[in-house]
Design a protein around this ligand. Structure first.
Ligand code: ADP
Length: 228
């Protein structure tokens, strides 16, 4: 009985997780398709092509997310490959840049040229960066000069990637709960972004932690792996 309840809960959690992760690419495809229709109406082939490219990218991303989720449910290991860290970050940021720009948020990227390759699951890594940046964007929404700073560098035996914002920081008393499934302080939040991100990073043998430092700062730590 209890085991069954546990399984039903885990399933519900997973279903909510999938819905959470897919909401963004689907919303992006909707707005890009609307843009494509407008472009068609005014005969702007260039805008049409850009919108279609964005749609292809987002549809691939949605497919990738479903593939990852399937792998996660089946307990298959993460698809870990050695990837240059700067490439992984640049690619991940490409997916959120338009949103940040549309919200008039300044983005400061401090990515040194000599970053090593790291053993990561690229799609999961992108999802994590995406979640952290989206949370940071939500946090700075009411700031007079909203700023998100993304810093990457070597640290000890591995690398660290920091996503910091100049928002109000994590609410006092919530710091120990933000990685719990369904913990959210947002009216439309699901509270699944951080627990999923943390699990995905752990599957890459890394860690994800948070602290307040002016605004909120999230730090991903990853090992270098054998090849480094
Ligand atoms: P959701 O975004 O749906 O609330 P998350 O798991 O991503 O789910 O985040 C959980 C909670 O952690 C948020 O509701 C918020 O209270 C807090 N949080 C996350 N990122 C930040 C941030 N950058 N600044 C302040 N609080 C944050």
């Amino acid at each position: 009985m209890l085991a069954h309840a546990g399984r039903v809960n885990a399933l519900g959690e997973m279903a909510s997780g999938i819905a959470h992760e897919l909401a963004q690419p689907i919303a992006a495809m909707l707005s890009q398709s609307q843009a494509a229709k407008r472009a068609l109406a005014i005969g702007r082939q260039d805008i049409l092509e850009k919108a279609l490219d964005a749609n292809i990218r987002e549809a691939k991303r949605a497919g990738d997310i479903l593939g990852r989720m399937r792998a996660y449910i089946s307990g298959a290991p993460a698809d870990i490959k050695m990837v240059p860290l700067d490439e992984a970050i640049t690619e991940a940021m490409r997916l959120v840049e338009a949103d940040i720009k549309a919200r008039a948020i300044n983005l400061n990227m401090i990515i040194p040229a000599d970053l090593p390759a790291v053993p990561i699951d690229v799609v999961s890594f992108q999802q994590v960066i995406h979640n952290l940046v989206r949370n940071a964007a939500d946090a700075v929404a009411r700031c007079p000069s909203p700023l998100i700073t993304l810093t990457a560098g070597r640290e000890g035996d591995g690398v660290a990637i920091e996503v910091a914002d100049n928002g109000p920081g994590i609410e006092t008393g919530s710091l120990h709960r933000i990685f719990d499934p369904f913990f959210t302080t947002k009216p439309d939040g699901m509270g699944l972004g951080l627990p999923l991100s943390s699990r995905l990073i752990e599957r890459m043998n890394g860690s994800l932690e948070a602290h307040n430092d002016g605004g909120a700062t999230f730090i991903i730590r990853l090992p270098l792996g054998e090849a480094a």
